[in-house]
Design a binder for this molecule. Sequence first.
Ligand code: MN
Length: 231
Amino acid sequence: MPYVLPPAAPASLSVCGSDQRFAVHRIYCVGRNYAEHAREMGSTGREAPFFFMKPADAVVPVAAGQTGSVPYPSLTNNYHHELELVVAMGRGGADIAVDSALEHVWGYAVGLDMTRRDLQSEAKQKGRPWSIAKGFDASAPIGPLTPAAQAQGIARAGIALTVNGSERQKSTIADMIWSVPEIIAHLSRAWLLAPGDLIFTGTPAGVGAVVRGDLLAGHIDGLEPLRVKIA
Ligand code: MN
């Protein structure tokens, strides 16, 4: 069928040990999923997970061994890193049960939920949407995907971020308030999940600002690391 304008190529991620790419459908993100980060953002106690989204083409794919280039965004003076485990869905579905949720996962990657923190604080204060704070261009740098079968220990993996070699964030995936299967179950009650969907699973404590020239290195045990430079 002819289109009046040529459709854009899908956003995609590289895959470890393969020339094939993973086409991105939607990007879901979980807020406040590590207790210590929830506290640093002013929350108390366990609440139901909440979600926001980024556009698929906010992805900055970074290949194995490469350092990605991420442009410092407009409209902010407080541009924050949030290091997160990214889950890539291989099968979709609605009302997915916790017990079978991991069967829907294709793989995992290291990602950064980059945030215009000043605009997010203003949006929270005024009860406005977070899109401008979370869903801006190039707000989702993501490293290569590791297939789930090769990432068996992911539920207890260490997760750490350095900026210019100094440690900023350090935790373990086991410290998540809502586990990956629980997140998938919750999400699939609100949206029909599809192959190609990505889920940012929340960030541990230690979020902070970066500036042009900073080198960010994100690490999760068992996954290909993510390196980006702020341009
Ligand atoms: Mn986040």
